[in-house]
Write a protein that binds this ligand. Structure first.
Ligand code: GLN
Length: 205
C-alpha cells in the first residue's frame, strides 16, 4: 500500500519512517497530482500557519477535499489536526474543514507546552500509549458525528469522524507504531471497499 505524507513543512520524515516501520510504502507529497498515487494521507505536525499558507500556494485544499470525499483516510497530527478542523480559535475555517471539531492553538499553556504522557487508548488495546505533546492545540468542542478515542486532562486528544482521524499529540515520535497501524488498517479497508467510508458530499465541504 502507498501512503502519502504531506511534505510541505514539519515532521513529515518521522511519519514516513513510522509508515515504513509498519511495512507500507510512504510517499512524500509535494504536489497535488501526487495524491493520485496514494490510498491515504498524513498531514503532519509543524507550524499550522505555514502549512496552511503553503497548501493554498500549491493548490492543495480542493484536492485534499476531493481525496477525503472519495473515502480515502486522512490523518492529521497536531498542526495537521488544526488544518483539518472546522473551527479554529472561534472562527469558521474553510481551508479543509474536514472534521467537525473546534480547536484552539497552543492552548495547554506553558507547563504542558511540551510533555510526554501515557494515554489509555481503548481502541488500541494493550499497554498505554506514550504520547508527546509539543505546543499542542486543544480540542474544545466535538460535533455529533465525531468519536472521541483518547483523553488527557479532561480534553479529547484523539478523535475520528468517518475516514478522518486527528491527534493533538505526535504519535510519530515515540516509536510505538500502533496509531499508524490503526490508520493503515483504515486505508486497507478503503482499498478493499472504496465505499467503506464514503461521505455524503455535504459533509466534505
Ligand atoms: N503550535 C503549532 C501550531 O499552532 C502546532 C504544534 C505542532 O504541530 N507540534 O501550528
Amino acid at each position: 500500500m502507498q501512503v502519502g505524507v504531506l511534505a510541505l513543512q514539519g515532521a513529515f520524515r518521522e511519519h514516513s519512517k513510522m509508515i515504513e516501520k509498519n511495512g507500507e510504502k510512504a510517499v512524500e507529497i509535494r504536489l497535488p497530482v501526487e495524491l493520485d498515487r496514494v490510498s491515504a494521507l498524513v498531514i503532519p505536525g509543524g507550524e499550522s500557519t505555514t502549512i496552511s499558507k503553503l497548501m493554498v500556494e500549491y493548490a492543495f485544499p480542493e484536492r485534499i477535499k476531493e481525496f477525503a470525499a472519495s473515502g480515502r483516510p486522512v490523518f492529521g497530527t497536531c498542526a495537521g489536526m488544526i488544518v483539518l478542523a472546522g473551527n479554529q480559535d472561534g472562527r469558521r475555517q474553510d481551508l479543509l474543514g474536514l472534521i467537525d471539531i473546534d480547536v484552539k492553538r497552543n492552548a495547554y499553556g506553558r507547563q504542558v507546552a511540551s510533555r510526554e504522557v501515557d494515554l489509555e487508548i481503548e481502541t488500541l488495546g494493550g499497554e498505554p500509549f506514550r504520547a508527546v505533546f509539543i505546543r499542542a492545540p486543544i480540542i474544545e468542542k466535538l460535533g455529533p458525528g465525531v468519536i472521541p478515542l483518547a483523553r488527557y486532562l479532561d480534553k479529547v486528544v484523539m478523535a475520528r469522524q468517518e475516514n478522518i482521524i486527528v491527534t493533538a499529540f505526535h504519535p510519530e515520535l515515540t516509536g510505538d507504531p500502533r496509531i499508524h497501524r490503526y490508520f493503515l488498517n483504515m486505508a486497507g479497508e478503503w482499498e478493499k471497499n472504496p465505499f467503506a467510508f464514503r461521505r455524503p458530499q455535504a459533509h466534505s465541504a
